[in-house]
Design a protein around this ligand. Structure first.
Ligand code: ADP
Ligand code: MG
Length: 584
């Protein structure tokens, strides 16, 4: 009795004003959060016609007595906060005492609730904010809130609702995120009478992820090493390299038990995965962040969707490091997996039977000291050294053929692989350049005739500001008269290119990559651009193809070009079998 108090005016005004209910999904969120706050272990959400017709949320939580059932519909009635200071520390999910009265004022609203110890429950009926009836009723312990005809009295707001499909998808997405925040709570969701979500209580996050998105999805993720710094704890799952999608619907961030949108998480994920994921894709993520609630301001957004952190830097760095570590570890998993595959009986990457393979026969005996995975094929003089015996190279792919438009077709341990020659070339060149940079300077090649090029004024100014960086990356330049610059040497990898164009395009690309790029970043950006401009288009012959694959697999991040395009796309055996209807 008497769990609910009215917020003092002062406290009320500390809370950002604003509409809580924008659409059915936001009211589902408020109601489910209330159920969780009430200690529910099972929550059922039922909605009709995208939620505009009706939304009902049932829980087995604490329930309310008659007085509270009446009181919870008063504005600023809440059992979760008493004075302004609590705002900073309250850990529960909702705390403004605004949701229920707001919802009840724009719908036909029915509340049925019973405390477990009580003999009977209470029913409260409200229409457009007017309490119509409060009476005793038989009910199971817990609470049921029914919201019908949302915005029936606000036609202008109602017009803003999107189509049923869109609203339904939003509700479902919101529920998914909440379900990930509390795996120990069972959820069920019915849409127009049909079950669309049924989640048993789960002991572990991984089980909840699997129950929600399927075992396939869980395999696209890797558990991160939990880390804790300055009172911020980070755990959860992040995408393996190459795993993501165009929207952020599967990038779920939970802060102190509540799903949020948080730039301090999105940005480092984007940066960390830039080279491990195709352009425009967002890595899958389920990140669980726990920190002192005093460092989080949840009242930036009226529906508490976005939060502001008093010091986002630590979190940003932690997320970035966790992502980099996950990408590297995922790659090591793959190598371990590949090494566990028994070697093929025939030489790799060769479409012909071994007896016709003269180079193989030739090298078999005498040159064995030169043979091994460590030899860089680009440098090794003898063709023989190019093919290592199967026992010494992790045999991952068998070359099946090439397509004229610059793709290799390979068979991998897990299915069919299509490799983009250009993207792979960029990746290999880029990592080579980065290695050289790390060791000092990129090797450069003098031009027989230095070339004097004219650059737009700003570009030239930029070049003059960054002569050191450009030199480290293999360009040797000298300011010349007027708007011109003299090019004396180019990065060796790109020595075949037109010097003026290479410089101009590199400078343009680096400048376009923005303010973030400074210091070492400039050199890296130059290397990225050079790799992009120097990489070849056309499919190499068999020999070159093998070398390309082998060098790509030696890269640190083999799955994407430095500009973020995928290097390989895999069609798994299962996927093929499904497409051909062999399995369902
Ligand atoms: P807030 O959640 O910010 O306190 P609400 O308007 O959402 O404000 O809810 C008002 C109060 O009603 C809550 O503080 C809580 O005491 C009570 N309440 C709401 N929903 C439930 C529920 N499902 N079970 C038990 N109590 C509830
Ligand atoms: Mg609430």
């Amino acid at each position: 009795m008497g769990k609910i108090r009215l917020l003092a005016d002062e406290t009320a005004s500390q809370v950002a004003a604003g509409e809580v209910v924008e659409r059915p999904a936001s009211l589902v969120k408020e109601l489910v959060e209330n159920s969780l706050d009430a200690g529910a272990t099972r929550i059922q959400v039922e909605f009709a016609r995208g939620g505009a017709r009706s939304v009902t949320v049932r829980d087995d939580g604490s329930g309310m007595d008659r007085a509270d059932a009446r009181m919870c519909l008063e504005r600023h009635a809440t059992s979760k906060i008493r004075v302004g200071g609590d705002l900073a520390t309250v850990r529960t999910m909702g705390f403004r005492g605004e949701a229920l009265p707001s919802i009840a004022s724009v719908s036909r609203f029915r509340l049925v609730t019973r405390e477990a110890a009580a003999d009977a429950g209470t029913e409260v009926l409200v229409t457009g904010g007017q309490v119509e009836a409060v009476r005793e009723i038989g009910a199971p312990p817990g609470t049921q809130v029914e919201v019908k005809d949302l915005f029936y009295n606000l036609p202008a707001r109602k017009k803003f609702l999107r189509g049923e499909e869109t609203e339904s998808a939003q509700i479902l997405h919101g529920l998914e995120a909440m379900a990930l925040a509390v795996p120990e709570v069972a959820f069920e969701c019915l849409r127009d009478g049909r079950s669309i979500l049924s989640l048993p209580r789960a002991g572990q996050l991984a089980v909840r992820i699997r129950d929600l998105f399927g075992a396939d999805h869980l395999e696209r993720l890797r558990e991160i090493e939990p880390r804790e710094e300055f009172g911020i704890r980070l755990e959860g799952y992040l995408a393996r390299p190459g795993e993501g999608r165009r929207d952020r619907l599967r990038q779920i961030v939970i802060l102190n038990g509540r799903p949020i949108h948080c730039p301090a998480v999105q940005q480092p994920l984007r940066e960390a995965y830039a080279e491990a994921l195709g352009r425009g894709l967002h890595p899958y993520a389920v990140l669980i962040i726990t920190m002192d609630a005093a460092l989080v301001d949840c009242n930036v957004h009226p529906a508490k969707r976005e939060v502001r952190l008093s010091d986002p830097e630590v979190l940003r760095r932690m997320v970035f490091e966790a992502a980099r570590a996950t990408i590297l570890q995922a790659r090591q998993d793959l190598v371990a997996h590949v090494l566990a595959i028994p070697p093929e009986p025939t030489p790799v990457f060769h479409p012909q039977p071994p007896q016709q393979d003269l180079s193989w026969d030739r090298k078999a005996a005498p040159v064995s000291e030169n043979v091994g995975p460590e030899i860089s094929p680009g440098v090794a003089g003898s063709e023989e050294a190019e093919i290592a015996p199967p026992e010494e190279v992790p045999e991952v792919f068998r070359l099946l053929g090439t397509l004229t438009d610059g793709y290799l077709i390979l068979e991998g341990a897990e299915g069919l692989v299509v490799l983009d020659v250009r993207a792979a070339g960029e990746r290999i060149l880029f990592e080579g350049l980065m290695r050289q940079l790390a060791e000092g300077e990129v090797s450069s090649q003098r031009l027989l005739l230095p070339e004097v090029v004219e650059l737009p004024a700003r570009e030239r100014a930029w070049v003059l500001d960054h002569l050191d960086d450009l030199q480290a990356a293999g360009f040797q330049l000298e300011p010349f008269g007027g708007l011109t610059v003299k090019i004396e040497a180019l990065p060796a990898a790109a020595a075949e290119r037109d010097p003026g164009r290479l410089l101009h395009e590199t400078v343009t690309a680096v400048r376009a990559s923005g303010k973030l790029v400074r210091g070492r970043g400039v050199r890296e950006a130059v290397a990225r651009s050079v790799a992009r401009l120097a990489a070849g288009e056309t499919a190499p012959g068999d020999e070159g193809a093998r070398r390309l694959v082998r060098e790509l697999l030696r890269c640190e991040l083999p799955y994407a070009s430095p500009s973020g395009r995928p290097t390989m796309i895999q069609f798994s055996r299962l996927e093929l079998a499904r497409k051909f209807g062999r399995v369902r």
